[in-house]
Design a binder for this molecule. Structure first.
Ligand code: URA
Length: 437
C-alpha cells in the first residue's frame, strides 16, 4: 500500500479499507504523510464522498489518535451536547447549570470562535477571572462538587482532527458531510460522556445550508455514536437568524442570565428542547418528568445560582452573574428600518461577521477579542416594523462600526408580506428513526 495508491483509489470513487484509512490518519498525525498528500485525499473525499463504513473507520482512527477521557470516576450519568455552531448560540452556558440541577454531570470541553461563529470559551472568558484552562484534576473536582464545568479542549483530544481541520480550513474542504461527521464524532467519543445530544444547525449562519443536508449529517453522526455504544440523538435546528437576540461575548452571557431568570424567547425554547431530549436519552427521565425538572430548575432560581456557583468554582467573579449590569459594554448605536413592512429574511452569518468587524470575533486564530462589543437584535423573522424603528442596537468601541452597520442593514430584508413562522426545530434523529416537528 502506498500513499499515492490510496489517493488514486478515492479519486476513482472506490471504497477505502480500514487499514488504508488508519494508515493515512496515523501517517498524517505523526508527520510522515505531508500536507499536500492529505489535501489531495481530503479533496477526493469531498468530491466523491465516503460510505458509512468508511466514515466510521475515519472517525475511529481519529478518535484513537490521542487520549480518551475516562469519566467513570464521577460515578454518575455524564451528558454532553454539541452544536455544529452558529450565531448567538450560547445554549451550552445555560444547559450546563440547568442539567446539573437535574442530577446529571456536565463535563464540557468547548471551542473558541473563528470566522463568523462565536465560541463558548471566549464568551465565558468575558467574565472577569473565569479560568477555562483548569488542570484535568481540577476540572473533575469542579464537576464532582458543582455538577458542571466548562473548559477549553485539551491538546491531546483527537489531535488528528486538530491537524486535519486546520488543513481543511485552507483547502476548501470544510463542507463535506463525512469529514464534518468524523471531525465532530472523534472529539465527542474521545471526551468520555455516556449520553450525547447533537444540535445540527442549518441556514445562512450554519455549515449546512438546508434541513435536508443537516438531516443527512445528523443521521450519520447518530449511527456512528450508536455503533460506539453511546446513547445519542440529534436535533436539527434553525440557524436562519441569530439564536439569541444578544450576539457578542459579554452580551451573550447577559442573554443567558435572562434565560436563567425565565425569559421566554427563542433561545429559551431551544435550550428547553435540547435539555428535554438529553434528559430523556439518559433513561433517567420520562418526557413529563424531564419537563418538571427543567421548569423547577429555572422557576426556583436554582439554575441561575448553579451558574454563579460554576463561575466561582472556575475562579470567575460570580457577582457578574447576579448583577449583569456590571459587564462593561461599548458605546451604543442603532440600525433603523429604512421602510415599513415585515422582516422576511436575515443573513445570520453577516450579523456574525458584523460582530467580528466590531472586534468581537477573530479573523485569525491569534486575534484578541473585545468582549464589550456586539449587537442586541430588536426584531426577528416575522416582526412588523415601521420606517425608523430600531432593528438592533450596536455596541462598539469605534472599530469597524460603519462596516458592521452596513452588513447588518444589508442582512435584514424588509418586505410587504408577512413570512411563514420559522420553527425552532425541524426534526429529531435517534437510533429509533426520524421524528419530524
Ligand atoms: N465542527 C467541527 O468540530 N468540525 C467540523 O468539521 C465542522 C464543525
Amino acid at each position: 500500500m502506498t500513499v499515492l495508491d490510496i489517493i488514486e483509489k478515492k479519486k476513482n470513487k472506490q471504497e477505502l479499507t480500514k487499514e488504508e484509512i488508519g494508515y493515512f490518519i496515523k501517517g498524517f498525525t505523526d508527520g510522515t504523510i505531508p500536507d499536500y498528500q492529505m489535501s489531495a485525499l481530503l479533496m477526493a473525499i469531498l468530491l466523491n464522498g465516503m460510505t458509512d463504513r468508511e466514515t466510521f473507520e475515519m472517525t475511529d482512527a481519529m478518535l484513537h489518535s490521542g487520549d480518551i477521557v475516562d469519566m467513570s470516576a464521577l460515578g454518575g450519568t455524564v451528558v454532553d451536547k454539541h452544536s455544529t455552531g452558529g450565531i448567538g448560540d450560547s445554549t451550552t452556558l445555560a444547559l450546563a447549570p440547568i442539567l446539573a440541577c437535574c442530577d446529571v454531570f456536565v463535563a464540557k470541553m468547548s471551542g473558541r470562535g473563528l470566522g463568523f461563529t462565536g465560541g463558548t470559551i471566549d464568551k465565558l472568558e468575558s467574565i472577569p477571572g473565569f479560568d477555562t484552562a483548569l488542570s484535568e484534576q481540577e476540572f473533575f473536582d469542579v464537576v464532582k462538587r458543582v455538577g458542571c464545568a466548562v473548559i477549553g479542549q485539551t491538546a491531546n483530544l483527537a489531535p488528528a482532527d486538530k491537524k486535519i481541520y486546520a488543513l481543511r480550513d485552507v483547502t476548501g474542504t470544510v463542507n463535506s458531510i463525512p469529514l464534518i461527521c468524523a471531525s465532530i464524532m472523534s472529539k465527542k467519543l474521545a471526551s468520555g460522556s455516556d449520553t450525547i445530544l447533537l444540535d445540527v444547525k442549518y441556514g445562512s449562519g450554519a455549515f449546512m445550508p438546508d434541513p435536508e443536508s443537516a438531516l443527512e449529517l445528523a443521521t450519520k453522526m447518530v449511527n456512528i455514536g450508536t455503533l460506539a455504544g453511546k446513547k445519542i440523538g440529534a436535533l436539527i435546528t434553525d440557524m436562519q437568524q441569530p439564536l439569541s437576540d444578544h450576539v457578542g461575548n459579554s452580551l451573550e452571557i447577559i442573554g443567558i442570565i435572562d434565560v436563567l431568570h425565565g425569559k421566554k424567547n427563542r433561545l429559551y425554547y431551544e435550550i428547553r428542547e435540547v435539555a428535554l431530549r438529553l434528559l430523556t436519552l439518559t433513561g433517567k427521565y420520562t418526557l413529563q418528568s424531564a419537563e418538571r425538572a427543567f421548569d423547577e430548575a429555572i422557576d426556583s432560581g436554582r439554575a441561575l445560582d448553579k451558574f454563579a456557583e460554576m463561575v466561582q468554582a472556575q475562579h470567575g467573579d460570580a457577582s457578574y452573574i447576579l448583577h449583569p449590569e456590571k459587564f462593561r459594554l461599548g458605546t451604543r448605536d442603532a440600525v433603523v428600518a429604512q421602510r415599513d413592512g415585515y422582516v422576511t429574511q436575515m443573513v445570520a452569518a453577516d450579523i456574525g461577521r458584523a460582530v467580528t468587524h466590531l472586534g468581537g470575533g477573530r479573523m485569525t486564530k491569534s486575534d484578541s477579542i473585545d468582549f464589550s462589543v456586539g449587537v442586541i437584535m430588536h426584531v426577528a423573522i416575522g416582526s412588523k416594523v415601521n420606517k425608523g424603528d430600531v432593528l438592533c442596537e450596536v455596541y462598539h468601541n469605534g472599530k469597524g462600526l460603519s462596516e458592521a452597520k452596513k452588513l447588518i442593514c444589508d442582512a435584514i430584508t424588509i418586505d410587504n408580506d408577512k413570512p411563514a413562522q420559522h420553527k425552532i426545530a425541524y426534526a429529531y434523529v435517534s437510533k429509533d428513526g426520524v421524528e419530524m416537528y
